[in-house]
Design a protein around this ligand. Structure first.
Ligand code: AGP
Length: 589
């Protein structure tokens, strides 16, 4: 969702914020803006469009001063307009704020503030907070604590005021916020990416915690109790280099090509943490995966893996739907939360509800220190470095790897799992150049198509879902992934002459039935693209897979599908890393 980034230091804040904001742009790119405090005045520059466009029009980086905050927006309340862009200010133009999250009682607050004579300029829920702060006397942190008591919803907020020009206040309630401690500046941001090039020392705020930042100093308090909180920085594992494109035209292609290494890195799990994770599964009668989007597709593969290898059954829930079932959790329930960002609101809400009923939580996340990571009884990390492109690729394969590692450990077959995964990583590295070429050519023949179907059975079915999701989200081609056997129960009616059908069809236990479903589409005119370790005369086009053990096909078959989506999106001229309407980290429900 939205990204927020602020700095309190001694150097001009504008250029620091502009560079940092670009690293947060993956969280939202409808509009952006910066506000600084200098010489007793607020300086606000903002507008709609991507950061480079707004910088060109408004000179964001030229704001004066060394204390400033910034925002990259993913619209929730109010359309994409200059007026709705953050930062927002109070009536007197003394306070500026940026916000990530949603204010649930905004209508009530709006009525009240309106009656009190506040002039509300935008349609956002955020602006109300600036006016609410104006209502309270005292220091900026006192105002913030009082305002927080009136706001319902999820929010991470940064505020500055001309009355205290050397101070910034940062408050977290259910939306992520982290403080970076640099040698010559202190930062506050939605995640660590914007300050990674300045410092590796970070302090993650918990709900209802507020940081009061002045040059060279930061203190923490709980806004509910107004008591101070002692917090220590932790050293981040990620580096600024990992967060760059390294010469690739897009983050997505860089991240796709990184996957052979990502597979190797994800295999390396701390043995104690792994054992704790596995014990939680062993000791729970009711295991539920909770995840969204791509992470849910990985969970579907994980369910197969733990069932086939260790005979353990589990359910997989779409996180936004899980909250309606979470109340049925008991102390015998284990929630396995799978999330790249570790901040997905739907997952967090579900796991918190389940925890309230006594459930345990085990999580698999990429962002160490994220809310889901911190709120889990056991947590494993993807170890795949920062994933920037909105379309998730290397995090998906890393999630599969961690789930395979868990399933093998659960079955007491860790050595077998490690050997198979190493082989898969080697195959992936060998075939990547060939897949890149084949899928580029295939995508070129697709630019005219508006509908594509992905079919698979058993452990390959989640890959059909993932292939379709990747294609949809960046190429805007409508795609459906489905169990191959389900097609004839309705969707087959949509198959016409030349409709592309991608058949996930390795020579495993699903091969014969899947091929027969593919042939049924071909008989209705479909153009059949076989993704398999063996070619077949039924295929009009063929994407080769290496031969691997049955359970591991998802790990290799998803790679060419990611490339297919990438090339289709590039050929259709889309902004691959920043697909329309989407954001990387979905911190609202
Ligand atoms: C994947 O390409 C998507 N952008 C999206 O489905 C994503 O996987 C989902 O929002 C879950 O995010 P998380 O893994 O950070 O929880």
């Amino acid at each position: 969702m939205c990204g927020i980034f602020g700095v309190v230091g001694h150097r001009p804040a504008g250029p620091i914020l502009l560079e940092g904001l670009k690293k947060l742009e993956y969280r939202g790119y409808d509009s952006c803006g910066i506000a600084s405090v200098s010489e007793g005045k607020l300086h606000v520059r903002k507008g709609i469009g991507k950061i480079d466009e707004v910088e060109q029009r408004h000179g964001l980086s030229g704001v004066p001063g060394t204390v400033a905050l910034s925002h990259s927006r993913w619209a929730t309340h109010g359309g994409v307009t200059d007026q709705n862009a953050h930062p927002h200010t109070d009536c007197a133009g003394r306070i500026a704020i940026v916000h990530n999250g949603i204010i649930e009682n905004f209508q009530e607050l709006k009525r009240e503030l309106h009656q009190k004579g506040h002039r509300i300029a935008s349609q956002t829920d955020t602006e109300l907070i600036a006016h609410l702060l104006e209502e309270f006397p005292g220091s900026l942190e006192t105002k913030m604590a009082q305002a927080a008591a009136r706001i319902r919803g999820s929010f991470a907020l940064l505020a500055v005021s001309t009355e205290e020009p050397h101070k910034m206040v940062a408050l977290r309630c259910e939306s992520p916020l982290v403080i970076g401690i640099g040698s010559d500046a202190i930062y506050a941001a939605s995640d660590v990416m914007p300050f990674l090039e300045h410092t590796d020392q970070a302090i993650f705020l918990e709900d209802h915690e507020m940081a009061v930042i002045t040059p060279g100093a930061v203190s923490f308090e709980n806004v509910r109790t107004r008591s101070s909180v002692n917090k220590k920085p932790r050293t981040l594992q990620w580096t600024a280099e990992q967060a760059g494109k390294e010469g690739h035209p897009h983050f997505m292609i860089k991240e796709i090509l990184e996957q052979p290494a990502a597979i190797q890195n994800a295999m390396r799990q701390d043995p104690d943490k792994l054992e704790k994770f596995v014990q939680l599964i062993r000791n729970s009668r009711d295991v539920k995966f909770v995840a969204c989007g791509t992470s849910r597709h990985a969970a579907l593969v994980g369910r197969y893996a733990i069932n086939r290898l260790a005979g353990k059954t589990a359910e997989v829930y779409i996180a936004s739907e899980f909250s309606y079932f979470a109340d049925q959790s008991t102390p015998d329930t284990l929630i396995i939360a799978v999330s790249q960002s570790g901040e997905t609101a739907d997952v967090l809400v579900g796991l918190r509800k389940a925890k309230a009923k006594g459930a345990k939580v085990a999580s698999i996340v990429n962002v160490v220190g994220s809310s889901i990571d911190r709120e889990s009884d056991a947590s494993l990390s993807l170890n795949c470095g920062p994933e920037i492109a909105v379309a998730s690729t290397k995090a998906f394969t890393a999630q599969l790897v961690v789930l395979y590692v868990v399933a093998h450990a659960l079955a007491g077959k860790s050595a077998e799992g490690t050997a198979a995964l190493k082989q898969v990583a080697a195959h992936a590295a060998d075939l990547m150049p060939q897949w890149n070429e084949t899928t580029r050519a295939l995508a070129a023949s697709w630019t005219e198509h508006e509908h594509v179907y992905f079919l698979g059975r058993g452990v390959n079915f989640p890959v059909a879902l993932e292939g379709a999701l990747k294609l949809k989200e960046i190429s805007y081609i409508h795609a459906e992934g489905m169990p191959a056997g389900e097609l004839k129960h309705g969707t087959l009616a949509l198959i016409e002459t030349h409709t592309p059908v991608v058949l996930l069809n390795p020579h495993d236990y699903t091969f014969v039935d899947t091929l027969s479903n593919g042939s049924e589409t071909k008989a209705r005119g479909a153009r059949l693209i076989g993704v398999s370790d063996r070619s077949n005369e039924a295929y009009d086009a063929y994407i080769p897979l290496p031969q691997v053990a049955e359970l591991f096909y998802p790990l290799v078959s998803v790679l060419p599908l990611q490339l297919l989506a990438y090339h289709a999106a590039v050929l259709r001229g889309h902004d691959v890393d920043r697909p329309r309407n989407l954001a990387k980290s979905v911190t609202v429900r």
